[in-house]
Design a protein around this ligand. Sequence first.
Ligand code: GLY
Length: 321
Amino acid sequence: DPTLLLTIAGMVQFNQYFLGQNVSVTTRATTVQQCFRTVDLDEVGRTTRHLTFFEMLGNFSFGDYFKAEVIPWAWELVTTGLGLEPDRLFATVFLTDDDAARMWADSTGVAKDHILRRDGKDNFWSMGVAGPCGPCSELLYDRGEAFGATWDGAGKLDDERYLEIWNLVFMQHTQDDEGNIVGDLPRPSVDTGAGLERIAAILQGVRTAFETDTLAPVLKAAEAVTGASYGHDATSDMSLRVLADHPRSMATLIADGVIPSNEGRGYVLRRLIRRAVRHARLLGVDRALLTDLTGVVVDLFGPVYPEVARNAELITRIVAG
Ligand code: GLY
């Protein structure tokens, strides 16, 4: 999508199919999509949830299946497929979406008092710019008391404890840049977004994405090169998280052809490099260490993303400055 700086969600490359401007070769697709959220850049490190780069899992219908099919499929996949305990799952639906509420109740095993209605802030999805949009329905997973307060049955759910793992967007409308709904899609469609790192954390029984097998090796390398140890001090933990997160983004951006500059994507890359260097300094390390960390990323990601392996030397050269 040439109107976007970077791929912010798993669906952006499908915009023209949702909008009916181009005919897809298929009416269904399933993806693992590299995503990058610039809006979260300053949050990364502060929380254990935010990442700049992440991998989004998706299944898509371009005017093919809709709510009645995808709701029971989502349920089947997370319970039978991934093995998550049904009692720990909550389904949220958009305030006025009676159909979705009924389908969760009638065609899945979710507890009736675990179907919650929420407003557009949580349950209406758009790209944030002009494009397809629609009400959404999320699955939340209760990670237990160790993660936060028990829901009181009426108020807001604690985000850390009741983690959003699945988002079914029922793509039906188009919006303009100001967020006004300006039309309907030619055919109702589905866009599913599920963060791989969050699901991996649950399946691997670890607290955060930083402890999963896709990020823990980078975090370990950051500990080794800085001499800091994770889990003992809030300030150094934040810096270690920055040093675990940013090298993945640097490596994948460079592998996709981005080079540091003063504008656009290049400026995002430059900010990532600067922010990582600053956090290394905060941990008392002045020597260049980013290449050690991007080296770990290349080893981890190279076998999965060939462009990362192919550009290993370029990644090192650019990150070394
Ligand atoms: N496009 C759906 C999501 O990002 O959650």
